[in-house]
Design a binder for this molecule. Structure first.
Ligand code: AMP
Length: 501
């Protein structure tokens, strides 16, 4: 049972902003965290992106900051009162945009600073004075060192996605940042897991925190239809074309394990007539935001991305997610497929499994506690192998599949390294934390990612995962062969594919 925001007696400007967002009821993390944060207590929250966590900490935080609200133009009247730290640029940007929306009817100012962007515009914003500062640790330290950011009046600090920050190796940066803050403050820590490291961090920096845990770990949403197809590396693009066509899918995320593989796959799919953008750690922040914007507007069909680049992005209702590479970490699988089937919508998650992926698939099976059956894609007869679909003859427009197959390897380094564009700082791609079960009941309106998709005919008709179980297999798709046991298919997948024709 979720309750309404009206039970909270939020100040009118905040309540109005929430109403404009179209939120009908509180999410579980909001229900539990908002009243606690309103009392000023420290919180240790287990919650993931996608649970409504940002509003859970920012609404009460803004409410408590309202006493400082003023319209003075003097920067001195707008010191940083709340600091929100996040591990990646995209997450920082996303959270900052949400906070700006919640605060839009107040006089409280907010801004965001992250690496990979010119420091000057950020400096100008900071110098004007902001009450709420959202930041990635590296860039914040740059601003602190340059005396652009003064943190001695911070009353609230939020360590968001704390496990990822530790994974990336931000602990020393966090310790330095926290040393600049007043001891008397409220600290909120959100993490997907309460690992021993997180508990140690909390033990050092939180005072008698209230623990809030809202979801069970490793749960995949029941609205996501999960399919595992056997495909050699050479056949994977072809399989994508086939599934897109068969299921009438108009937009999808495609996950790969390496930056190199990401760029190559995006180029190949583009050549084959699909509008494609790549999102990986070597792309500038500007390029990443442009790619996202294009995807959101429907100008791009496929967003090919690495885990690190896509981390936490709140793009809702993606009709399908493809794992072009089986992720190295099973947790990444859960997180990747959490991009589809969000907010109660149905979604399709397709994982393309080659002969060498047996161990990785077994890890996923263990984590999600579901038996994985490997299937074979049955390709259309009129789509001979090796035919490259030219230019704009996209399946999207012409209703036919592009079919290309030129062999390329997709294997990359086991870990992509993502450079935080700050004086050579390099950070390891963090482990993706686990996707949590809760999905907001109502599809919310997030202006940054508004209306990215047109509902596909298939998603209108088929309630995906659950429905697929309920109907005869033949009525799902003529192109899907009956399931075979994983072990048998791994043996088959190790051989050249012959049956797919
Ligand atoms: P977050 O976990 O904070 O990244 O939020 C995920 C998405 O859920 C964002 O797009 C929010 O706008 C949306 N959201 C947050 N709270 C609610 C709510 N109470 N009802 C519906 N959507 C929400």
């Amino acid at each position: 049972m979720t309750s309404s925001f009206s039970n909270l007696s939020l100040a009118e400007p905040l309540a109005r902003a929430v109403a404009e967002m179209g939120y009908e009821s509180m999410t579980p993390i909001q229900e539990q965290a908002i009243p606690v944060v309103l009392t000023g207590q420290d919180v240790m929250g287990a919650a993931q992106t996608g649970t409504g966590k940002t509003a859970a900490f920012s609404l009460p935080l803004l409410q408590r900051l309202l006493k400082h609200e003023n319209s003075s133009t003097s920067p001195a009247r707008h010191p940083v009162r709340a600091l929100v730290l996040l591990p990646t640029r995209e997450l920082a940007d996303q959270v900052a945009q949400q906070i700006a929306l919640y605060a839009k009817h107040t006089k409280l100012r907010s801004t965001v600073v992250f690496g990979g962007m010119d420091m000057k515009p950020q400096t100008l914003e900071l110098k004007k004075g902001v009450e709420v500062l959202v930041a990635t640790p590296g860039r914040l330290l740059d601003h602190i060192e340059a005396k652009n950011a003064v943190l001695n009046q911070v009353e609230y600090v939020v360590l968001d996605e704390a496990d990822r920050m530790l994974d990336i190796g931000f602990l020393p940066d966090l310790q330095r940042i926290l040393s600049y803050l007043p001891k008397q403050r409220t600290t909120l820590l959100f993490s997907a897991t309460f690992s021993p490291e997180i508990k140690r961090l909390a033990g050092s920096y939180l005072q008698n925190p209230i623990t809030i845990e809202v979801a069970r770990p490793n749960e995949t949403a029941s609205t996501v239809e999960q399919r595992f197809y056997s495909a050699n590396d050479d056949d994977k693009r072809r399989a994508i074309h086939q599934v897109l066509k068969t299921r009438g899918i108009k937009q999808a995320f495609i996950f790969v394990n390496s930056k190199l593989g990401c760029a190559r796959l995006a180029r190949s799919l583009e050549r084959e007539g699909l509008k494609t953008a790549a999102l990986h750690g070597d792309k500038s922040q500007d390029e990443r935001l442009k790619a996202l914007e294009a995807f959101k507007k429907g100008e791009v069909d496929l967003l090919v991305c690495t885990d690190v680049a896509a981390r936490g992005l709140d793009i809702k209702d993606v009709p399908a997610v493809f794992n072009f590479d089986v992720p190295f970490n099973a947790e990444d699988y859960v997180h990747r497929i959490g991009r589809t089937g969000r907010a109660g919508a149905s979604g399709l998650a397709v994982t393309l499994v080659s002969g060498s992926d047996a161990r990785l698939v077994a890890d996923i099976e263990k984590l999600i506690k579901k038996k994985i059956d490997l299937e074979a894609v049955e390709y259309d007869e009129d789509q001979p192998r090796g035919r490259i679909n030219d230019g704009r003859r996209a399946w999207r427009e012409a209703g036919e599949t592009g079919d290309g197959r030129d062999a390329f390897g997709t294997s990359g380094p086991r870990r992509e390294r993502d450079r935080d564009h700050r004086s050579g700082r390099e950070s390891r791609e963090p482990r993706e934390p686990q996707h949590r079960g809760f999905r907001p009941a109502a599809i919310s309106r997030d202006p940054f990612f508004e209306k990215p998709y047109e509902a596909s005919a298939a998603s209108d008709a088929a309630p995906a995962w659950e429905a697929a179980k309920a109907v005869p297999r033949s009525s799902i798709s003529a192109n899907i062969k009956p399931k075979r046991k994983v072990a048998a298919l791994f043996k088959a997948a190790a051989q050249p594919e012959t049956s797919a024709q």
